[in-house]
Design a protein around this ligand. Structure first.
Ligand code: IPE
Ligand code: IPE
Ligand code: MG
Length: 226
């Protein structure tokens, strides 16, 4: 029997800075290598049957990093959304961004808007970028939207999150060796399977992703039942 594949996967892409440091390169080189890695991983996940892939690219807390590092990341987003994402959306996939992108330069926001608006009605694959995303900010935002609406169910509340039309992650992968979620999809990960890899993100190749998918296929998800 074929392995069971997680329909929705989240990746906390951590370790770019350490990857660069080990090579005596500036942190920006690590981010660039990380972006190159994204291109292949997205195609590989799609080919394996993943339907939703959420990539944690920038957290609300990351905004406290030095201006120079942030500018470098924004330039990479500029390149990704202007050059690579349009090809993806031309191939039956949808691209979506979650988080507060008002911090990004105007031209980057514009290319994000262009790419997101090209989403096919029935996408066969959805790539979600979490940019200036933090679960706590997302939940507080939803609570503010909910205020005055009377009593809501969990399902109603989930519709107020950025991820309203994205299924909860079945699997969350964190690269880079840390064992924490760092404010990623806290509400949505209630029953996610967690997979931690010591491999730094720029080195997390297709084979590593396959290892994570294999491990997922062995997990027994009970959702509280016996
Ligand atoms: C992840 O890599 C990318 C972002 C958080 C933007 P880091 O930049 O956190 O890399 P390390 O953890 O310092 O190695
Ligand atoms: C998590 O990485 C956020 C992203 C990958 C975007 P961090 O490097 O910011 O996480 P901490 O600071 O080690 O928790
Ligand atoms: Mg880090």
């Amino acid at each position: 029997m074929a392995d069971k594949v997680p329909a929705s996967v989240g990746i906390i892409m951590d370790g770019n800075g350490r990857w660069a440091k080990r090579r005596l390169l500036p942190r920006s080189a690590g981010h660039e290598a990380g972006m190159k890695r994204i291109l292949g991983l997205v195609e590989h996940a799609r080919a394996r049957g993943v339907k939703y892939l959420t990539l944690y690219a920038l957290s609300t807390e990351n905004l406290s990093r030095p201006r120079e590092e942030l500018e470098g990341l924004y330039s990479l987003f500029r390149k990704y959304f202007a050059q690579y994402a349009p090809r993806l959306s031309g191939s039956g996939a949808a691209v979506k961004v979650i988080g507060d992108i008002s911090v990004l330069p105007r031209d980057v926001r514009q290319s994000i808007a262009d790419v997101c608006s090209q989403a096919p009605v029935q996408a066969e694959f959805t790539l979600v970028f979490a940019i200036n995303y933090g679960s706590r900010a997302e939940i507080v935002r939803a609570a503010n939207l909910a205020a005055g609406r009377g009593s809501l169910t969990e399902r109603d509340f989930a519709q107020l999150l950025y991820t309203a039309d994205v299924p909860d992650p079945d699997l969350i992968i964190r690269t880079g060796g840390e064992l924490r979620l760092s404010n990623f999809l806290l509400w949505q990960s209630a029953y996610a399977e967690l997979y931690f890899s010591k491999v730094l993100f720029p080195d997390f190749d297709d084979r590593r992703l396959d290892e994570a998918l294999k491990e997922y296929s062995r997990r027994n998800r009970r959702f509280g039942r016996v």
